[in-house]
Design a protein around this ligand. Structure first.
Ligand SMILES: Nc1nc2c(c(=O)[nH]1)N(C=O)[C@@H](CNc1ccc(C(=O)N[C@@H](CCC(=O)O)C(=O)O)cc1)CN2
Ligand SMILES: Nc1ncnc2c1ncn2[C@@H]1O[C@H](COP(=O)(O)OP(=O)(O)OP(=O)(O)O)[C@@H](O)[C@H]1O
Length: 194
């Protein structure tokens, strides 16, 4: 199955999640993720602003603020497919730029460098247990990850983690995946597979 087909098939499955299930699963992921953040003692966390049916990050971000963490979110540059992360302290610093995506308004927020991000939550639609990922198709994260040396983690519903994901030479797998039911230590799974 090509990336495109896998992406659109999973999107269909996800959009059919009912609201109660979506909210319950998102909450379970949030609890696991925040526990993980507390264990790691990190200060700056990169996330995206979710849009249904992506795992809800709005509530996670509010919790991170209340824990005193720095929250940074990406602004995309479609011309060269690059991203710059900006620190936000509230949701009023966001603006709708294209499609349904919300981005930080650079006039209202401060840009930070990739080196300042301790842990990056990488969005995606389909994942393998080894951490390979099919995203929106922009290649934004694939490019960003080539210059990123911090920890990476993805938040996903269980159905998003599948047996096999087609990947290319430029794909960089994530370190961990948290689902409502389990945490995949992708790095270790990859080493075991080798
Ligand atoms: N919630 C959320 N935010 C996110 C992502 C995500 O997966 N989820 N991204 C994850 O990467 C980045 C945005 N990724 C994107 C990937 C593809 C296109 C896209 O298909 N664009 C159209 C037209 C864009 C334009 O108007 O120029 C295209 O390329 O045809 C847009 C954004 C950053 N923000
Ligand atoms: N490191 C890179 N340098 C240059 N081009 C890249 C790089 N990574 C990916 N691309 C290009 O970006 C496009 C999208 O890649 P792909 O389909 O893997 O996106 P994706 O993983 O779904 O998106 P994202 O990384 O934004 O979540 C492809 O055409 C690919 O050639």
């Amino acid at each position: 199955m090509t990336k495109k087909i896998a992406r659109s098939a999973m999107r269909d499955r996800l959009t059919s999640l009912d609201e109660v299930t979506y909210n319950n699963y998102s909450k379970q992921i949030e609890v696991q993720f925040l526990r993980h953040i507390m264990d790691l003692d990190v200060s700056t966390i990169g996330l995206t602003i979710s849009h249904f049916p992506e795992v809800d990050t709005w509530s996670i971000i509010k919790q991170l603020w209340s824990m005193g963490k720095n929250v940074v979110v990406p602004k995309c540059s479609p011309s060269d497919k690059s991203m710059v992360f900006y620190q936000i302290q509230n949701f009023d610093q966001l603006e709708r730029v294209y499609m349904h995506l919300l981005e930080p308004n650079p006039l209202k927020s401060k840009a930070i460098s990739p080196q300042e991000i301790d842990i990056l939550v990488v969005p995606g639609i389909v994942y393998s247990e080894t951490g390979y990922r099919i995203g929106y198709g922009g290649g934004y994260y694939d490019r960003f990850l080539t210059n990123f040396s911090g920890d990476t983690i993805s938040l996903a519903f269980d159905i998003q983690v599948v047996e096999f994901v087609e990947y290319d030479v430029f794909d960089i797998p994530v370190g961990k995946i948290i689902t409502p039911n389990q945490t995949f230590l992708c790095k270790q799974i990859r080493q075991k597979d080798e």
